[in-house]
Design a protein around this ligand. Sequence first.
Ligand code: FES
Length: 286
Amino acid sequence: MRGNILIVDDEPIILRSCEKTLVPEGFDVETETSPIRALKREDLNRFDIIITDLKMPEMDGMEFIKEVRKSNQEVSILIITGYPSQETLKESLSLKVLDYLPKPFSPSILLEVVTKTMEMKSKVTASESRPAEYTDEMVQRLDEIIDAYKNKPGALIPVLQEAQELFGYLPPVIQKHIARGLRVPVSEVHGVVSFYSFFTMKPKGKHNIKVCLGTACYVKGAEEIMNNLKAGLRIGASGMTEDRKYSVDTVRCLGACGLAPVVVVDKDTHGSVTPVNIMHIVKQYE
Ligand code: FES
């Protein structure tokens, strides 16, 4: 079993389709159509992930999350909503929501987000040791950065930005170090790192390729582009080529849906990409 998940949504069809995606992949899924009933569950604290809708007749999803957070700071929370807005995005960040999926979303996106969340949880719990590639000087520099921002309001984001410049990425061990230094919960650090696309938890290759798997790109063949790219570059489980020349990531919308399917290589946006021309595009960066 890969993790316990509670899904709260007043639409039974959404619950069924999430179950259909997650249960065959080994997740233990329970569902509730009522957030009030969900809050009354005696086993509410046993879930690793809670996925909730926002607009529900009995109780607003944000209110539900606030109630959950009163007794549980550690559970990972994901939002699924048909009404995304800047206000709810901002509010969800302050409630340490890890991801925000606009409906409709594809089964592969849901599976990817849930899998990443579970992987991250187990890494944050298990990883205490410092990888050999981090020298004492680098860690000392990180401590100086933390000291410079400590006790200042809004310290977390600038510290994360400088830490990412220093290490190239923000693995769990660095997130924990920052959490300890700034005296904030590690779940808060992880929430911010997951929320902003400019933060990364994985090391990047010399050229980073982002394939959009948002709805507009997905329906125009983004998944096949992704498959061809991974096969063409021989991307391994690390998401990188062996020579660290290329790394591949997925994103959910790059705000350029009119150009779908969209792929970004470093800072260049490529629109109307096809499964056939993706490798020609990438080869330009040789
Ligand atoms: S869905 Fe791909 S750019 Fe919007």
